[in-house]
Design a protein around this ligand. Structure first.
Ligand SMILES: [Zn+2]
Length: 304
């Protein structure tokens, strides 16, 4: 079991002790790496784990609402994506998620999404595997064609009933009549203050419980079934890519360093260095829509 300390699996921005992760790779990490070296490692890998974060979706125009200049009204994601905010102001939180759902429904996969999906399909024919472990809650990896996908932070396109727990895929637009044309992000827009009985409600038998987005809020723990699958992939992969993530939201931020501590090559693709760059064998700086298609293209040694 790689994630021995279950206390750290709650989603949050906390700083994880770096002491437990120090290993021999610390000395070999470099700021910008040689792509031809990475390509040699890639050509030999049999089980590739690709961890993706908001940067991949940002290139499709899906905002994260984490930066100081990326607010929804006057709030950032962590102010609204919490159990406390949902129980205090379910109407405001639903407006926020309605806005994000509508936005995501209208976006197309980026070059990075497509490169990952194409790589999975190509390598599968060679008896090799690619798994995508994503923090993104939109549907863009699946739309691009990725099949082996672990959505560790849940999905914007699913709901979960707070009364009976029923989870359902839901891509309705708008999700309910009261949210039609609501959720505008501008700072001067007032809350719609929709009565709770007009918010999305459960359709299971006579339940009628309040629905919430089936995403992992800050402070909540990840689904244990998905976490077990992630652990299996972390233990068996022989190459890991960490793509478009700032590596500050836990527990996902420690997946790459945990894999690196096993001696497995880890390559980071991001617009900037991150707090975890020093743990990785490779670092490729730039938009992942530019770097990933080069990195994952067919290698001369592949026979298909
Ligand atoms: Zn229900």
């Amino acid at each position: 079991m790689l994630l021995q300390n279950r206390a750290v699996i709650a989603l949050g921005l906390r700083i994880f002790s770096t002491n437990v992760l120090k290993g021999p790779l610390m000395d070999t990490a470099r700021q910008v790496s040689d792509m031809s070296e990475f390509r040699k490692v890639f050509s030999k890998a049999k089980h590739i784990a690709i961890i993706t974060g908001a940067g991949v979706s940002a290139e499709s125009g899906v905002p994260t609402f984490r930066g100081e200049h990326e607010k929804w009204r006057k709030w950032q994601s962590q102010d609204l994506a919490s159990p406390e905010a949902f129980s205090r102001t379910p109407s405001r939180v639903w407006e926020f998620y309605h806005y994000r759902r509508e936005l995501a429904l209208n976006r197309k996969p980026s070059a990075a999404h497509l490169a990952i999906a194409e790589c999975e399909a190509r390598l599968k024919k060679q008896g090799r595997s690619v798994v995508v472990i994503t923090q993104c809650t939109d549907d863009l990896h699946r739309q691009a064609g990725s099949k082996h996908l672990l959505k560790i932070h849940g999905s914007l396109m699913e709901t979960r009933c707070v009364s009976c727990g029923h989870v359902a895929v839901n891509k309705r637009s708008p999700i309910c009549a009261a949210l039609k044309d609501k959720g505008a992000p501008d700072a001067d827009v007032a809350d719609a203050q929709i009565p709770v009985d007009k918010l999305p409600r459960c359709g299971e038998r006579d339940c009628r419980g309040l629905l919430r987005p089936n995403v992992v809020f800050f402070g909540e723990t990840m689904d244990s079934h998905i976490l077990t699958k992630v652990e299996e992939q972390m233990e068996t992969c022989d190459l890991c890519l960490v793509v478009g993530t700032s590596s500050i939201v836990y527990p996902a931020a420690m997946f790459g360093p945990q894999i690196a501590s096993r001696g497995v090559p880890v390559a980071e693709f991001n617009t900037n260095t991150t707090p975890k760059t020093e743990y990785f064998t490779f670092h490729f700086q730039g938009p992942c829509g530019t770097t990933l298609p080069q990195a994952l293209a067919q290698h001369e040694s592949e026979s298909i």
